[in-house]
Design a protein around this ligand. Structure first.
Ligand SMILES: *Cc1c(COP(=O)(O)O)cnc(C)c1O
Length: 407
């Protein structure tokens, strides 16, 4: 029996009972690919490593518990989980998806699964009327991602999931950005939660993983079938690393949120930035919805520099504590340039239309001291907003402090 527990307790304890036989406090990495069977045809708990593995099972039950559901399935990456979910659909299925979606999901929909007859309608899911209007007779899934990447748009989960349910459509929420610490989509009415555990769950930028979680036994059965039939499962060693990440998820996420809020406040009135996007700011159009469905506002923020690519280059040369890199949710602060990185595959016009410009920068706030992170950003923003694009010597000669360090 699972006793209802607060999230911190669940993070520390879920899937972590001492190991039978050894009482080892931390489960061993069970690397066996096959398991001895007593009698033929008796379906033992474990028979083959792709089908099931005790280390992976601990991770899967822990993820399910954290999301308030019964069934969890771990995959080799977030996109492997996306692929598994799409494998459960018939070939003539239609999906309604939030328009600002993780680029890799967009790519799977439009470049891979479209070849097998999948159709996807992308809508601005912040408007429930548009979602309702996009549902067709063959619609099988409503696909939501909130907060979204990189503009941190907020979509009302319970409202949209009930629209989907009334029309017999399953809903899935990509909960990678929020994590179960901040947002619990199943409790808000979603049928399926998807994760890239590569991000906050791992937290240490050293393991790829993904997950599907549901409380619906029929969906669980279909995920289990595909997980085994396609086989994009994580290694037992990766499952153990992810389980270790879970043990501190609540502490890390709490600090990520505090620091992101601190930085957002510090930058929000800066006249050099045309735009600071953080769901915790009152100026954010989704602030009220975010406050109603999240317990805090997450560790990501997006800023816009004035002056396009040149300004971004000046920012890049000056920033010290933020590393230019893909990914997010780790201990170390990262920044990324969506126009050339996560959203490079999106047509420039489409990017501009959804609000991603050459000056847009996404920040994944790490676990360093927020004061240091803020000071470093302010210096880099100063460098970016200085129109001087030449060498440090030239700048010094002209008394422009911001460029000194680029020499
Ligand atoms: C990273 C990410 C994915 C894909 O996960 P991988 O582990 O990189 O395959 C899916 N959704 C979101 C929101 C992500 O950030």
């Amino acid at each position: 029996m699972t006793i209802a527990r607060h999230l911190a307790t669940a993070c520390v304890r879920a899937g972590g009972d001492p190991e039978p036989g050894t009482n080892a406090l931390v489960p061993s990495v069970c690397s066996a690919t096959t398991f001895a069977q007593d009698l033929p045809g008796r379906s033992p708990t474990y028979c083959y490593g792709r089908t099931g593995n005790p280390t992976r099972a601990r991770l899967e039950s822990a993820l399910a518990e954290l999301e308030g559901a019964r069934f969890g399935f771990a995959f080799a990456s977030g996109l492997a989980a996306v692929d598994a979910l799409l494998h459960t659909l018939d070939s003539d299925s239609h999906i309604v998806a939030s328009q600002d979606l993780y680029g890799g999901c967009h790519r799977q929909f439009t470049k891979l699964w479209s070849r097998y007859g999948l159709r996807v309608t992308f809508v601005d899911a912040t408007d429930p009327a548009l979602v309702a209007a996009a549902i067709e007779p063959t619609t099988k899934l409503l696909w939501l991602e909130t907060p979204s990447n990189p503009l941190l748009r907020i979509t009302p989960i319970s409202r949209l999931c009930s629209i989907a349910r009334e029309r017999g459509v399953h809903s899935v929420v990509d909960n990678t950005f929020a994590t179960p610490i901040l947002q619990r989509p199943i409790e808000l009415g979603a049928d399926i939660v998807l994760h890239s555990t590569t991000k906050y769950v791992s937290g240490h930028c050293d393991v790829l993983g993904g997950a599907l979680i549901t409380d619906d036994p029929a969906l669980a059965e279909s995920f289990k079938y595909v997980q085994n039939a396609v086989g994009a499962v994580p290694s037992p060693a990766d499952a153990a690393l992810l389980l270790r990440g879970l043990r501190t998820l609540h502490l890390r996420v709490e600090r990520h949120c505090q620091s992101a809020g601190f930085i957002a406040d510090a930058l929000s009135h800066d006249p050099r930035l045309p735009r600071v996007v953080y769901p915790g700011l009152r100026s954010h159009p989704g602030h009220r919805v975010a406050a109603s469905q999240m317990s805090a506002f997450g560790g990501l923020l997006t800023i816009q520099l004035d002056g396009g690519r040149d300004a971004v280059d000046r920012f890049a040369k000056r920033v010290r504590l933020w590393t230019l890199a893909e990914s997010l949710g780790g201990f170390k602060s990262l920044w990324c340039h969506p126009a050339t990185m996560t959203h490079a595959a999106v047509e420039a016009e489409e990017r501009e239309r959804i609000g991603i410009t050459e000056g847009t920068i996404r920040l994944s706030v790490g676990l360093e001291d927020a004061r240091d992170l803020t000071a470093d950003l302010l210096t880099a923003i100063e460098a970016a907003s200085s129109s001087c694009g030449t060498t440090g010597d030239h700048c010094r000669a002209n008394g422009a402090v911001a460029c000194e360090v680029t020499a």
